[in-house]
Design a protein around this ligand. Structure first.
Ligand SMILES: NC(=O)c1ccc[n+]([C@@H]2O[C@H](COP(=O)([O-])OP(=O)(O)OC[C@H]3O[C@@H](n4cnc5c(N)ncnc54)[C@H](OP(=O)(O)O)[C@@H]3O)[C@@H](O)[C@H]2O)c1
Length: 315
C-alpha cells in the first residue's frame, strides 16, 4: 500500500526544505514517503545504484556505499538543507557517513541533521526508567560503538540531533509477521520488559523536530512509545488480532543458551525508556502510543485496507 495514502499534514515552509535521507532501508524509505507527503523534496541513498527504488515526485536516488566509496558530489546535493542518517556503525564500529561524507556535510552546512541511534546506549537498568539525562552504560560492543558514533556526530560542528530508538516495528516488520510464518517465540523472563516504537512515529518525530529550530536545543531525544511491556503481552495481542494460537511458552533461563548472541544480548538488558522530552516538552503527539494501536494499524495496512496507516496526523 502507498504509505502516503492517508497523508494530510503539510509542513510549514516545506518547500524550503531539501532533505537527504542516508540509507534507503526500512526507516529511510518510510521517512522519504512521509516527507514527500508533507511537501518536502529530497534525495535518498542506496548502496546498489542498479536496484530500482521507487521514489515519489520531488525525490531522487543517489548512490552512497562507504565500502565501495560510492558517494555523491557537492554538485549533486546542491540546495541540501536537512539530513537524516539511518545508517548503523560499520563492522569496525565507525560511522560510515561521517567517515566518507563528513567533509561534504561540513561544506554543505545543512541547517539540521538527525542521526538514528539506539536506546541500547543506556545499557541495563534492571527495568528502571531512563531519560536523556541518564548515564549511558552500554553493555555490548555494538552499543559501545553506537555511543562512540553519537559522540562523533555531536562533535561534527553542525546542528545535530540524536534520536535514540528502541525496537522498531511497523508494516512488514512486526509480531504478526512472525506469528503468520511460525517464527514467533513466547518467552518468559520474570520482570523483563521491552520498549518499542512504530516506524511512523520515528518519521513523525523526525519531521516534528526538523521543523522546530528551537527543538534543536534537545541534542538527544528518545523516540519510544508510552508502554514498555513484556514481549509475551505484545505477542498475545498479535495472536488475538490474527485469531491464531500462541506458540508454547518457553522460559528464558532454559532456552537462552540456544539463542543467537544478538537475541540473547537484547534479553540481557531490561529498561524502560521515557518519551517525556519528546511528548511533553517538544510537543510531539504519538500516533501509536502502544503496541495495540500500532499492531492494529500494521494489520490494516498489510491487509490493504483503505485509509489505513500512512503518514499524516502525527507529523
Ligand atoms: N531494527 C531495530 O529495531 C532498531 C532499533 C533501534 C535502532 N535501530 C537503528 O535505526 C537505524 C534505522 O534502522 P532500519 O531498520 O531502518 O535499518 P535498515 O533497514 O537496515 O536500513 C539501513 C540502511 O543503511 C544502509 N547502509 C548500511 N550500511 C551502509 C554503508 N556502509 N554505506 C551506505 N549505506 C549503508 C543500508 O543499505 P542496504 O539497503 O543496501 O542494506 C540500509 O538501506 C539503524 O541505524 C538501526 O541500527 C534499529
Amino acid at each position: 500500500m502507498d504509505p502516503t495514502a492517508n497523508s494530510t499534514s503539510v509542513l510549514k515552509r516545506a518547500e524550503s526544505v531539501k532533505l537527504l535521507v542516508l540509507g534507503g532501508g526500512y526507516c529511510g524509505q518510510r521517512l522519504m514517503h512521509h516527507a514527500a507527503a508533507a511537501g518536502i523534496n529530497g534525495w535518498i541513498s542506496q548502496r546498489d545504484p542498479a536496484a530500482s527504488l521507487a521514489v515519489p515526485a520531488g525525490w531522487s536516488v543517489i548512490g552512497f556505499d562507504s565500502e565501495s566509496d560510492l558517494r555523491p558530489s557537492h554538485r549533486e546535493l546542491s540546495g541540501l538543507t536537512h539530513v537524516v542518517s539511518t545508517i548503523a556503525p560499520d563492522p569496525g564500529g565507525e560511522d560510515p557517513v561521517l567517515k566518507h561524507l563528513g567533509g561534504l556535510l561540513l561544506e554543505l552546512k545543512p541547517a539540521w541533521l538527525g542521526y538514528l541511534s539506539t536506546t541500547g546506549v543506556y545499557g541495563d537498568t534492571g527495568g528502571a526508567w531512563v531519560d536523556e539525562t541518564s548515564a549511558c552504560q552500554p553493555a555490548s560492543g555494538r552499543s559501545r560503538a553506537r555511543l562512540a558514533c553519537e559522540l562523533c556526530w555531536q562533535a561534527l560542528g553542525l546542528p545535530v540531533q540524536i534520536f535514540r530508538l528502541p525496537a522498531i516495528y511497523g508494516p512488514g516488520r512486526n509480531v504478526l509477521e512472525d506469528l503468520r510464518n511460525g517464527r514467533s517465540r513466547l518467552l518468559h523472563k520474570p520482570g523483563q520488559v521491552f520498549c518499542r516504537v512504530h516506524v511512523d512515529d520515528i518519521c513523525g518525530a523526525l519531521l516534528h523536530c526538523l521543523q522546530h529550530p528551537d527543538h534543536q536545543q534537545a541534542r538527544v531525544v528518545n523516540v519510544s512509545d508510552d508502554e514498555p511491556c513484556a514481549s509475551s503481552e505484545q505477542l498475545g495481542y498479535g495472536a488475538h488480532l490474527l485469531g491464531r494460537s500462541l506458540p508454547p511458552l518457553q522460559r528464558f533461563a532454559e532456552v537462552s543458551a540456544q539463542m543467537s548472541p544478538m537475541a540473547r544480548s537484547f534479553w540481557q538488558e531490561n529498561r524502560r525508556v521515557s518519551n517525556q522530552l519528546l511528548c511533553q516538552q517538544l510537543g510531539y503527539q504519538l500516533r501509536y502510543p502502544s503496541y495495540r494501536e500500532g499492531l492494529r494499524a500494521c494489520l490494516a495496512e498489510e491487509s490493504g485496507q483503505a485509509g489505513a496507516a500512512g503518514p499524516g496526523s502525527a507529523t
